[in-house]
Each structure stands twice: as structure tokens, then as C-alpha cells.
Design a protein. Structure first.
Length: 287
């Protein structure tokens, strides 16, 4: 099953592999994904089953890092394997150049693109991470980054570690949806909106939006946390050296305001989310 979004022949800058900048215009992310889900009941043909699926991620991608973090927080490492692509990709695909001989040791492929093509021959959209791949046939199940982590929390409960945090407390669900929407549009995607702006004017607009959101996030995080933390904190880190390396080449000016030394409460989250994951995680991510 593939995403049923419009696939008409209308010109779309995202249809040109490796092209992210539309000269003179804002950066607009292609949000067309394979929306198949892995669930307890297997409604889409994919049931929750330990040691069947492989999470393919890349540490250079904030959305993939979100999946890495949630997988670890919930203790799913022993039931969902993980492969890591290299830090950059060419116009065709993410590649497994971190592995011996450049081949993923479980899937036996050099490019993530191969797993997409096993799902749909000549898959026409971006080869994105994170992606969940069925180890049985080597085909991508889904690359819907938002739903992947939601399903880690809701559909894989049987396999959560003892003491795993509740990333979706029902009493905070409505508020969390609102917070995560803003974190995604203004912080996660805001970095890309700056780096891939097609001219200086949309860059300046994107820059103002990003740092306005950072001010708002810092204020909220004085006493509140939740899955919005996992959603946003890796991108906060990327506003520093990581983001400069990946997204500033288009305009030169880049992300000129460094995150280092600013946003005390945002930075306080980073060690607790990426290291020493253990029994105290529930306290670290509780709203």
C-alpha cells in the first residue's frame, strides 16, 4: 500500500532528485510518504512482530534521530533492528558507506533506494529516512516519520522495557499535538527553511520564524517536557555545527545565530535524551 496523495504530472520541484532549492522561493518540504502502518492487528498487512522489521536511520537527519531516540527510550532495540546510513546522500539515495563494503549487513543492499524499489518499482519520490523495512522481503513498509514513532509508542507496548516512559499521556495528548505541530513547522523544518531558501528575502523570514519559535520553546521547557522533546531537541543541536555543515551552502549567511550558550532549558535536555537511557527516563520526558 502506498500513499494515495496526488501524483499528477503537475510540475513539482521535489520531483527532481537531489534538488531542494527553488530559486527565489520559500523551501517547501515534500510531505508525500508511504503511509502503511505496522500495527498489532496488522490492518495494512504488517503485524507487530519481533525481529521482523529494520529501522533505517541516519544521524544527520533530525526525524531519523527522533526514531532512534524513541526506539531506545522504549527499549525496542532487541525487537526492532537498526541500520545506519552515512551522514550524506547523493541525488539517488542514502547509502550504507558506514558498513563494511558499503552494504547493510541485514538487508544486503548498498542504497536505501533498493528497498524502496522493492516496494514500488521506480519509486518516484524522495528516498527518505527514517524508514521501516520488512526483513522478510527487503521492501520498505513505511517512511512516514511521524507515524513511525507514534506506533513505537502505541503498537509495540507489549515489547516496551520495564520502566519505559509514557510518551503519549492521554491527559496531555491534545496539548502535545499542538506543541509538536509548532516544533515541527517552526524548529525542525525551520532550519531547512533557512538553509534551503531560494533567496535572501525568504531566508530572513524563515530566520525570524525559527528564532521566535526557539524563544517560545525555551519558555515552555522551564517546566514541561514530553515527546515534543524528542521531536525538537536534535534539531536544536543541529542549529549549531551540524546544521551549518548541511544547510548553509545555499546562501552563505547560513544560520548566523549560534545556539551554543543560549537557551538554557533547551540545552539542559540534550544529555538526558541521548545518553544514559535507563530507569530515570520517565522523569526526564514527563510533561
Amino acid at each position: 500500500m502506498t500513499n494515495t496523495d496526488d501524483t499528477s504530472n503537475a510540475k513539482n520541484p521535489h520531483d527532481t532528485p537531489g534538488v531542494y532549492v527553488d530559486k527565489g522561493k520559500d523551501f517547501n518540504r515534500d510531505m508525500r510518504y508511504i503511509t502503511t502502518r505496522i500495527t498489532v492487528e496488522g490492518e495494512d498487512g504488517y503485524e507487530v512482530e519481533p525481529n521482523r522489521y529494520r529501522l533505517i536511520a541516519a544521524q544527520a537527519c533530525p526525524w531519523a534521530n527522533r526514531a532512534i531516540i524513541v526506539r531506545r527510550l522504549l527499549g525496542l532495540e532487541d525487537v526492532i533492528s537498526m541500520g545506519l546510513a552515512g551522514p550524506v546522500h547523493d541525488p539517488r539515495s542514502w547509502t550504507f558507506d558506514l558498513d563494511p563494503d558499503g552494504v547493510d549487513p541485514v538487508l544486503g543492499i548498498e542504497r536505501l533506494q533498493e528497498a524502496y524499489f522493492k516496494r514500488q518499482a521506480d519509486y518516484p519520490r524522495g528516498i527518505t529516512v527514517p524508514a521501516m523495512v520488512d526483513e522478510r522481503d527487503g521492501a520498505v513498509v513505511t517512511n512516514d516519520f511521524d507515524q513511525i514513532t507514534r506506533d513505537f509508542a502505541s503498537q509495540w507496548k507489549e515489547f516496551h522495557r520495564e520502566g519505559a516512559p509514557n510518551l503519549w499521556p492521554e491527559e496531555h495528548a491534545e496539548e502535545m499535538e499542538s506543541v509538536m505541530k509548532r516544533v515541527f513547522t517552526e524548529v525542525n523544518n525551520g532550519v531547512y527553511r533557512c538553509g534551503f531558501a531560494g533567496s535572501q528575502e525568504p531566508y530572513e523570514e524563515a530566520y525570524d520564524r525559527l528564532w521566535t519559535a526557539m524563544d517560545w520553546l525555551e519558555e515552555r521547557l522551564t517546566d514541561r517536557r514530553g515527546e515534543a522533546t524528542a521531536l525538537g531537541h536534535r534539531e536544536v543541536a543541529r542549529v549549531g555545527p551540524g546544521a551549518r555543515h548541511h544547510v548553509t551552502g545555499q546562501l552563505g549567511a547560513g544560520l548566523r545565530q549560534p545556539a551554543e550558550g543560549l537557551y538554557e532549558h533547551v540545552h539542559a535536555l540534550l544529555p538526558g535524551q541521548t545518553a544514559n537511557v535507563g530507569e530515570s527516563d520517565a522523569a526526564r520526558v514527563a510533561p
